[in-house]
Design a protein around this ligand. Structure first.
Ligand code: ADP
Ligand code: MG
Length: 399
């Protein structure tokens, strides 16, 4: 028998029976007693105070009833204060999105739904949080969710029989900020629930802001009726042009305490693509490494450039992809690169095999088939592939 119950028994044999009805978790330094109701918790606390106050360990008492109440508290807004309008650099290709977002945070409902789309690392998530933060300081109730989080919460509520609470929570906000809605694809029940929330918010003239990496018409496996709602308001694209990239580089160099002279600016400009996330990452690294004196760069062939791009995506080096290994991450990256050589550069299987130092064309054939299979079976992978394809096409100037 556990120490605590033994101790109780020494004082009061009858009380042991009562305590047994509760869940008791005992560690060397404390005892946690969990009672079903709040009433029982009060009784236990009273009992401890009167009879067991000299027990050597700390005694904590909780009731399940309270736990439940706590879970039904208003949902967290999930807003990140560090993403705000003040630290968002505005330029030609994001100023419209910026201006409309600002407007929405002051007058939620004006442009609802607002749908913003654009490639990765261009500040979409940043803007969503900025809207939420500003709206909150204007006295509005805003809620930020990744579409995937929304989905997980919905499923959890469903399992726990709390779907009504879930619906109410989401229909009770002034602004719903939903990020990366392309990930709703294939999630049918989530789409049904989101449709409900959507209708509730729209009919109450509340604000919905949706973000995606693509235009609603390019989102797959999402019901027609939901997509048509997504597209029923204002749709804006966010991008990054050269001038804005320049202002962002200056701004981030300053932010990371680096000089903003021409040498630094050019160095970042030349070594990064059109993604603010990439620029930030590059500058963070630059802070430690400093500018590396350039070895004269030879122009890379298209194939080598493609491999470099894929390697970078998988956080590997170009050499890794040609290395003899069974490491899964490398294999995956290599197979992906082989596949892209085929689909984007139309290379033959033997050419591809040679490029990766393989003896004959069968290895290329096999790898490419693997990727094709995986693309069919794994939605997330298919998506990654599509993104990679897009960015490589842009990078190599293919169409
Ligand atoms: P997305 O959601 O479009 O993929 P994020 O909003 O996550 O991109 O942006 C990636 C990073 O770049 C974030 O750290 C964000 O703060 C920063 N960022 C993006 N756009 C800007 C901008 N215009 N000004 C300042 N920082 C930006
Ligand atoms: Mg994002």
């Amino acid at each position: 028998m556990r120490d605590f119950l033994l101790f109780v028994e020494n004082r009061d044999r009858f009380a042991v029976g009562l305590f047994r009805q509760f869940k008791i978790e005992e560690t060397p330094s404390r005892v946690l007693i969990i009672t079903p109701t709040l009433e029982q918790k009060k009784w236990v606390l009273e009992y401890i105070r009167a009879r067991l106050s000299d027990y050597e360990k700390e005694i904590l008492v909780r009731s399940q009833e309270e736990g439940k109440k706590l879970q039904e508290d208003p949902p967290k807004d999930n807003l990140l204060p560090s993403y705000n309008f003040e630290n968002f650099v505005v330029g030609k290709s994001n100023q419209l999105a910026y201006r409309i977002c600002l407007e929405v945070s002051m007058n939620p409902g004006v442009y609802s739904p607002l749908f913003i789309y654009g490639g990765v690392g261009l500040g979409k998530t940043h803007l969503l949080h900025a809207v939420g933060n500003r709206a909150r300081s204007n006295g509005y109730k805003a809620l930020y969710r990744q579409a995937v989080e929304f989905s997980e919460e919905m499923i959890k509520s469903l399992k726990e029989g709390k779907i009504e609470t879930f619906r109410k929570a989401y229909s009770n906000v002034d602004i719903l900020l939903l990020d990366d809605v392309q990930f709703l694809s294939g999630k049918e029940r989530t789409q049904v629930e989101l449709f409900r929330v959507f209708e509730a918010l729209q009919s109450a003239e509340k604000q919905i802001v949706l973000v995606s990496d693509r235009h609603p018409k390019d989102i797959r496996d999402v019901s027609e009726r939901l997509l048509s709602r997504f597209a029923s308001g204002l749709i804006l694209e966010i991008g990054l042009d050269k001038e804005t990239k320049l202002s962002i580089i200056k701004n981030k160099l300053l932010l990371f305490g680096l000089p903003t002279d021409k040498r630094h600016i050019d160095y970042v400009m030349e070594n990064t693509g059109y993604s603010v996330r990439e620029i930030e990452g590059f500058i963070k690294t630059l802070k430690f490494t400093g500018i590396r004196e350039e070895q004269p760069t030879q122009a890379l062939s298209k194939e080598e450039d493609l491999i470099k791009h894929v390697a970078k995506y998988f956080n590997l080096r170009t050499e890794d992809l040609k290395r003899e290994t069974r490491e899964r991450k490398v294999l995956k990256a290599r197979q992906t690169a082989m596949y892209l050589c085929r689909t984007l550069l139309h290379m033959s299987y033997s050419e591809i095999a040679r490029l990766f130092g393989k003896p004959d064309h069968t290895s290329a054939l096999y790898s490419i088939k693997k990727v094709e299979e995986k693309k069919q079976q794994d939605r997330k992978f298919a998506y990654t592939l599509e993104m990679l394809e897009k960015s490589i096409k842009k990078h190599l100037g293919l169409n």
